[in-house]
Write a protein that binds this ligand. Structure first.
Ligand code: ATP
Ligand code: MG
Length: 366
């Protein structure tokens, strides 16, 4: 069962939103609607997020990311479509039921955290629990644990302004984790941080996620961040999702020129894995021989960036093995170098195949 499901979500701001949805369904252009003051912020968005997944929504400013996120927790009512959370239709709940679901099961983490300046770090982290009516002792215990998870043990009694931006962001993350919400909605949560601190936070989130296995929807305008964090990524443009897939899908098979223009800045060696570039072991030679020739072994999930060292110490190739040590493929040195230089392929096919009217190119069947 999917944890979260968006079904044909639309959000239109302005006059006669229902009519605007009909027009969009009939093929009217978003720009045409804008001419009479109507903004189609999200157009026909559908996706599912599985339990324990990080689903990243990536797109430029104004593409509709925050609007989409606010519909997922019921802060904004969709103009059309449904949001299912644990098979419960959020769009059908009363305001009170919705508030209950939101406070018990969903946490938001924003770019700029509204930390309360006159409350300690601990009280800030406990805020969500306070709203839920959890008694002081219990909430402080849980908040302290959450602060420990985010690397802030020892800072409980400090004031927010004694903390760096990165640490303040950790307090916000701790606040979200303290409530035990299963669903974390993170809107550009790391975007205001310096690059190195941002990377630290990404690592920390991945580390926490291994243990806590939350379901996370993470918004970013940075494709590198999307690819580091996302189990799946949806790329938005002008209100529409123009491509969904794994980082590798998007890197190797961008759906159109727009997506392709982002991937130029992506570090391919961190996204591609040994499993995606390996070759089948040569015919006629026993697996044992090959492993003997390629003593360095990696798993299919090892990023290409981590193959260079083993490849330089290994004879001809790196062996890729499964969890039982069985050989499933090899990465010869030449293959390793070639993989980094390969151009993604985009071929002309009818626009309808992409779900986006203005998209003229998508990859032919991959
Ligand atoms: N309450 C509103 N009323 C009218 N228009 C809105 C409203 N909220 C958002 N919009 C419009 O909807 C579009 C999508 O906005 P949204 O904030 O979802 O984009 P975003 O992808 O989150 O952008 P950013 O990266 O800048 O945060 C924009 O054109 C915005 O102006
Ligand atoms: Mg936004």
């Amino acid at each position: 069962m999917s944890r979260l499901q968006a079904e044909h979500l639309y959000k239109v701001f302005g006059r006669r939103p229902d009519q605007a949805v009909q027009k969009l369904e009939n093929g009217t252009d978003r720009e045409e609607l804008r001419a009479d003051g109507t903004t189609a912020a999200v157009i026909d968005a559908s996706f599912t997020v599985e339990p324990g997944q990080i689903f990243v929504v990536m797109g430029l400013s104004g593409s509709g990311k925050s609007t989409l996120l606010r519909m997922l927790n019921g802060l904004l009512e969709p103009t059309a479509g449904r949001v299912l959370f644990d098979d419960q239709d959020l769009t059908a709940l009363s305001p009170r039921e919705l508030r209950d679901v939101r406070s018990a099961k969903i946490s938001m983490v924003f770019q700029h955290f509204a930390l309360f300046p006159h409350r300690s770090v601990l009280e800030n982290a406990a805020y969500g629990l306070e709203v839920q009516g959890v008694p002081r002792e219990a909430r402080e215990e849980r908040a302290a644990h959450a602060l420990e998870l985010t690397g802030l043990a020892g800072w409980e009694k400090s004031w927010p302004d004694e903390l760096s931006g990165g640490m303040q962001q950790r307090v916000g993350l701790a606040r979200a984790l303290a409530t035990d919400a299963d669903l974390l909605l993170m809107d550009e949560s790391f975007s205001a941080l310096d690059p190195l601190i941002r990377r630290d936070m990404q690592d920390q989130l991945l580390e926490l996620q291994k243990r806590l296995k939350k379901t996370i929807v993470f918004i970013t305008h940075d494709l590198n961040e999307a690819m580091r964090l996302g189990d799946r990524i949806a790329v938005m443009r002008d209100g529409r999702i123009v491509q969904q897939g794994t980082a590798e899908d998007i890197l190797v098979r961008p759906a159109n020129d727009y997506v392709a223009s982002f991937i130029q800045d992506v570090d391919r060696s961190r996204v591609l894995t040994a499993g995606s570039i390996m070759e089948a072991p040569e015919k006629g030679r026993s697996h044992k021989d090959l492993v003997a020739e390629a003593p360095a072994t990696v798993t299919a999930e090892t990023p290409v960036a981590e193959l260079f060292t083993p490849c330089s110490t290994s004879g001809v190739a790196v062996a890729v093995t499964d969890s039982d040590g069985g050989l499933i493929g090899v990465v010869p040195r030449t293959r390793l170098l070639a993989a980094l230089g390969e151009e993604p392929q985009i071929d002309e096919v009818p626009a309808a195949a992409t779900g986006s009217r203005d998209t003229k190119k998508v990859i032919a069947s991959a």
